[in-house]
Design a protein around this ligand. Structure first.
Ligand SMILES: C[S@@+](CC[C@H](N)C(=O)[O-])C[C@H]1O[C@@H](n2cnc3c(N)ncnc32)[C@H](O)[C@@H]1O
Length: 193
């Protein structure tokens, strides 16, 4: 049997280029489901990286602005933006710990080493009731991020890890595979009060 990332990844992900580590579909799905973003939503994302999350959000929302500090990664993301033909995805060079220009947005997603340092600017960009999501590979980042959310009185703070196990179905028995994608990142959610 094949593994989840060989078979169940939608075609558009298979065509996309990869630079730095991307957010995988299992985590992207829950970001979209838990924040409830839809065709009317306006989003800000950082860092762009390969643009996998930014592109996925643009496929289901009204508009996404995605920031990165590196030109080389913005170039990879631009290729992916063209592949997916996304006119509603704006790629912008900028450090979100210093500034986010957009206002009254529905969602800010942060996937970068110092996400906690961008929470203040994310708070300014979000509308009341808007959501913030940190994608955080390490527990130490989770602590710093949740503490930053607390200082700005974000509500409904929730941290989850998504584990999707491959199940082997064979003549000799059915059981979880011993291989597969294990840890990717923790997801920390909050709502602007
Ligand atoms: C792991 S990658 C993001 C991957 C992306 N979420 C995806 O799904 O393809 C992290 C990115 O954050 C960018 N970055 C780091 N610090 C930043 C900052 N302060 N502002 C904006 N981007 C930043 C890096 O250049 C890098 O491209």
């Amino acid at each position: 049997m094949k593994e989840q990332n060989d078979v169940l990844v939608p075609l558009h992900y298979k065509r996309l280029k990869r630079g730095p580590q991307v957010i995988l579909p299992k985590d992207i799905g829950i970001i979209i489901a838990y924040t409830g973003v839809n065709k009317n939503s306006v989003c800000v994302d950082a860092g762009t990286g390969s643009g996998w999350l930014a592109g996925s959000l643009a496929l289901v929302t009204k508009h996404v602005t995605s920031y990165d500090i590196r030109d080389d990664f913005l170039k990879i993301a631009e290729k992916n933006r063209e592949l997916l033909q996304l006119d509603n995805l704006a790629l912008k060079k900028g450090d979100v710990t210093k500034r986010i220009d957009e206002k009254e947005v529905d969602l800010v997603t942060l996937d970068m080493p110092d996400s906690d340092k961008a929470v203040k600017n994310a708070h300014r960009a979000l509308k009341k009731g808007g959501h913030i999501v940190g994608y955080l590979p390490h527990m130490e980042q989770v602590r710093a991020f949740v503490s930053a959310l607390g200082k700005l009185r974000f509500e409904d703070v929730l941290v989850v890890e998504v584990i999707a196990r491959d199940i082997l179905v064979r003549e000799q028995g059915t059981r979880p595979s011993t291989k597969g994608v294990w840890h990717t990142g923790y997801l920390a959610f909050g709502t602007r009060s």
